[in-house]
Design a protein around this ligand. Sequence first.
Ligand code: E4P
Length: 218
Amino acid sequence: MKFFIDTANLDQIKEANDLGILDGVTTNPSLMAKEGIKGEAAVLKHYVDICNIVDGDVSAEVIATTYNEMIAEGEKLAALHENIVVKIPMIKDGIKAIKYLTSKGIRTNCTLVFSSGQAILAAKAGATYISPFVGRLDDISFDGIQLIAEISQIFAVQGYQTQILAASIRNPVHIVKSAQVGAHVITSPLNSILALLKHPLTDSGLAQFLADHAKNNA
Ligand code: E4P
């Protein structure tokens, strides 16, 4: 399973990349706003800055919501760098735009997926990735991981090549469960990735080893 980081914060992207396990980055307009990146030129430059840090796929989301505008914006984003994946919302014109961009060799990530039906449509259109939002489903008392499992089963039965990118990850358990039920990728905030490192028995075990070594070599 690939690990993407879900942020537009360059320091956090560098920190995750330095771990040596980072495969890519996802952003969205809210994450760009959080970093204070505004205006088209600044946004485009920021995507290039991210691509220059990480050797992997970088999702850049269109703001347009109509077919022609999404295509134009998608082509502009894709031209920025070979690692850009154009993120398109799961709406009617979005499906048409995914189909068109795919036919032009431009990779896409269909975002805001909350059902298996939406996932099937995006796969049929040729999306490179679909992003089901695990945490936001959990927030409204639906089982986000169950959706990943269901889509995983459907894609295996149907032989769809589209990769399942588990998004809206809120904690390390979401990451482990996504791996268990067949996600190809997770995209997560840095804190949930780092939380995977932690176990109290690791900390106490290491402290004991170092204490015994120090005693033995005193
Ligand atoms: C997906 O790519 C989105 O950027 C993201 O995962 C949304 O997560 P949130 O629900 O924490 O905003």
